[in-house]
Design a protein around this ligand. Structure first.
Ligand code: UDX
Length: 444
């Protein structure tokens, strides 16, 4: 089985490397020559734990190669995956230009018995439209749609042990070839769902929008907890024990970010509206999540006695979530911006040492560890739930700060452990406890 993957972003590169790990012969294609050159030298341009090692292993084994010349490889391919970006347009619709550019580039050479599989997240009807586009160019080739459900920071695990594989096909040939490609997952009894193109396309948007809605729901419950005395972490546990709800994606925080939830919720609302179907839940999820950033700024200001001008504020974690260097749509962009505008002196530490973050937050100091970041701080804000933030020596932190205030927007800590270290503590979905002269609580 010879596989070509067009696009070497998060989805394309992880998919290509993992298909090679399955034992298939894989060629990854990108029109960015510099990127292909780095990949050939084993350098992975994205922060994805374990990807470099797996790439090098399979490249060394001769199963994985990289090229900019798409036409030269699709001739021999049994299956071609299109895994290029589908970014949002300003109006929330999906930019499909990269999908059509890649199809336009390869169609003259594509092997007529091959299957052209779209893996990029595309609006319902796109795969069929691509088949029509090819037909208009005199090319009859099987098409299919195969959504990915890879979480950044866990992409390899999610690829190798998916909850399910969804395959939108419309021919026995496509079904046969895709069955062979995903046969290595049979060993884990992974459910393989064959369906039509439209169902497969919509399943991706429906899944992501539901997850975004679930996160937004627990964040709204957190708002209620703060005024009624409930603890949102405990409410989430109580909810999650119900198998109909499930305990994942119920962690309250500063709101969702990333390249997918925002893009996919907007796209679903957009293309459903174009089909005459209103999606108020998707619309309200977007609105509520956007408003949350402002709510987080207000929370921080309240915790700082409504004055941050000339105050030193340490920010621990700025990427949109842990285990990534990705800053796309990260809540930190709005939150850090608002505090800076109000005259605060920010200092940032992020374990990914994200270059994107340094570009976005130019002029703001970056530390190379959490402790130095908190020196002389009037407030410490935890914005991203990196595991290293779960074991901070709070007493050491208390010795470094100028004012013992911890604003934990990921609820990593509890009031008791934080106050025992002499901090005032503010979190999400739990009543704000402003301890009097917290220093007296320090237990030597
Ligand atoms: C998501 C989907 O999970 C994945 O299936 C799809 O393929 C791509 O989009 P990703 O965007 O990488 O993956 O991150 P995810 O782990 O889903 O988190 C998305 C956002 O929700 C992050 O900002 C995260 O901090 C937030 N989140 C997630 C919460 O606030 N609480 C949670 O309990 C879970």
């Amino acid at each position: 089985m010879r596989i070509t993957v067009v696009g070497t972003g998060y989805v394309g590169l992880v998919s290509g490397v993992c298909f090679a790990e399955f034992g298939f012969e894989v060629v990854c294609v990108d029109n960015n020559a510099a990127k292909i050159d780095r990949l050939r030298r084993g350098h992975v341009p994205i922060y994805e734990p374990g990807l470099s090692k797996l790439l090098r292993k399979n490249a060394t084994a001769g199963r994985l190669t990289f090229t900019t010349d798409a036409r030269s490889v699709v001739i021999d391919a049994d299956i071609v995956f299109i895994a290029v970006g589908t970014p949002s347009n300003p109006d929330g619709s999906v930019d499909l230009s990269y999908v059509y550019q890649s199809v336009e580039e390869i169609f003259p050479s594509v092997n007529k018995t091959a299957v052209l599989v779209i893996k990029s997240t595309v609006p319902v009807g796109t795969t069929a439209a691509v088949k029509g586009f090819l037909r208009s160019r005199g090319v009859e080739v099987d098409v299919a749609f195969n959504p990915e459900f890879l979480k950044e920071g866990a992409a390899i695990e999610d690829f190798m042990h998916p909850d399910r594989v969804i395959l939108g096909v419309e021919s026995p040939n496509a079904k046969k070839i895709l069955s062979q490609v995903y046969r290595p997952l049979y060993v884990f009894n992974t459910p393989i769902i064959f369906t039509n193109l439209e169902t497969a396309e919509l399943s991706k948007y429906a899944s992501n929008t539901f997850l975004a809605m679930k996160v937004t729901f627990i964040n709204e419950i957190a708002n209620l907890c703060e005024v009624c005395g409930a603890d949102v972490n405990e409410v989430a546990i109580a909810m999650g024990l119900d198998r109909r709800i499930g305990d994942r994606f119920l962690q309250a925080g500063p709101g969702y970010g990333g390249s997918c939830f925002p893009k996919d919720t907007s796209a679903l609302e957009d293309f459903s509206a174009k089909l005459g179907v209103d999606m108020p839940l998707a619309r309200e999820t977007i609105r509520s999540n956007n408003a949350r950033r402002i709510r987080m700024v207000e929370k921080i200001l309240r915790a700082c006695d409504n004055e941050v001008n000339e105050k030193n504020i340490a920010v621990l974690g700025v990427t949109f979530k842990a285990n990534t260097d990705d800053m796309r749509e990260s809540p930190s962009i709005d939150i850090v911006g608002a505090l800076t505008t109000r005259g605060a002196h920010l200092r940032i530490y992020d374990p990914s040492f994200s270059e994107q973050a340094k570009q976005i937050f130019q002029g703001i100091d970056f530390s190379d560890n959490a402790y130095d970041c908190c020196n002389e701080a009037d407030a410490v804000i935890i914005l991203t739930d990196w595991s290293e933030f779960r074991a901070i020596n709070l007493r050491e932190l208390n010795r470094r700060v100028r004012n013992p205030l911890l604003i934990d927007l990921r609820n990593i800590y509890t009031l008791s452990e934080v106050s025992a270290a002499g901090f005032n503590y503010c979190s999400v979905g739990r009543a704000f406890e402003k301890l009097k002269s917290a220093k007296e609580f320090v237990v030597e």
